[in-house]
Design a protein around this ligand. Structure first.
Ligand code: KIV
Length: 298
């Protein structure tokens, strides 16, 4: 019997759309709606909305854990969040990002770590960044043992020091050619879908047209087969970066500031809690006796 901790929710094992469903939607011309997600409560909400995939992105290093980039987050930290999302997402596919140094060393370590995301985390696939010969080889090994993999090209945050910061990739003919070639290599290696991050619209659209697998754009324009954004960005919660490609749908920081200011004011002025509506009363018929009990201690 396995001693590995399983996800807590019984519903986690329910059948849900597979990675093939993504390809099918591309064929039918349906755009994929995907989003990052890092916790149970948010996963419960998103799970009702018919999204095609939730990504437990290593962006949580920045948005949830407060690191300055994605490089510091560990497999254990990613697993902790993956399990929470899987408990909440009862019908939506959950993909976990493999963090920096969890797959780059060799394929044995990569396969073991990918396996942990499936076996312990309950994820339905993993995402890896890049398309170097080493990464392609590693992806082939992970796919070969039956773990769906999503690729990630363009701006790959785990290579931020090589790329020299948050920079658009594929802006020249040479770098665009390289992106085309890498995208095809990833498809041939067996990835189920490909995230294209911060790639010019025209390049991303041509790659999307060329590939059979769906592309999922973030800062890559409208010609991709689907889109992804970081949930904290669209909810206006993470204020430390404001990339051009983010559309904010909700001013969470303002709403939270307003709500907590009111909460503090209600406590300070004695308006919270309301003893009748927000607390528990002692039986009125025994209040006299309660007073007597209290006086025994006086
Ligand atoms: O970590 C992440 O959130 C990602 C998405 C931005 C694609 O990789």
């Amino acid at each position: 019997m396995s001693t590995v901790a399983r996800p807590q929710s019984a519903q986690a094992a329910k059948a849900r759309p597979s990675q093939d469903a993504l390809r099918k939607k591309k064929k039918q011309g349906e755009r994929l709606v995907t989003l990052t997600c890092y916790d149970y409560t948010t996963a419960r909400i998103l799970d009702e909305l018919g999204l095609d995939m939730l990504l437990v992105g290593d962006s949580l290093a920045m948005t949830v854990l407060g690191y300055s980039d994605t490089l510091s987050v560990t497999v254990d930290e990613m697993l902790h969040h993956t399990k929470a999302v899987v408990r909440g997402a009862r019908q939506t596919m959950v993909v976990a990002d493999m963090p920096f140094m969890s797959y780059q060393v060799d394929h044995v370590e990569a396969v073991k770590n990918a396996g942990r995301f499936i076996q312990e985390g309950g994820a339905h696939g993993v995402k890896l960044e890049g398309a170097t010969e080493r990464v392609i080889n590693i992806i082939q090994h992970v796919v070969e043992i039956g773990i769906p993999v999503i690729g990630h090209l363009g701006f790959t945050p785990q290579s931020i020091h090589t790329l020299g910061g948050f920079r658009v990739q594929g802006k020249t003919l040479d770098t665009a050619r390289r992106l085309f070639s890498d995208a095809i290599k990833l498809q041939n290696a067996g990835v189920s879908a490909l995230v294209l991050e911060m790639v010019p619209v025209e390049v991303a659209a041509l790659i999307s047209r060329k590939l059979d697998i769906p592309t999922i754009g973030i800062g890559a324009g409208n010609g991709c087969d689907g889109q992804i954004l970081v949930i904290d960005d669209i909810l206006g919660r993470y204020g430390e970066l404001s990339p051009r490609f983010v559309r904010t749908y909700m001013p969470s920081r303002d709403l939270v500031t307003h709500a907590i200011t009111e909460y503090a004011e209600d406590i300070r002025t004695g308006r919270f809690p309301d003893n009748d509506a927000e607390a528990f009363r002692f039986p009125e018929s025994a209040l006299g006796e309660l007073q007597a009990v209290f006086e025994e201690f006086a």
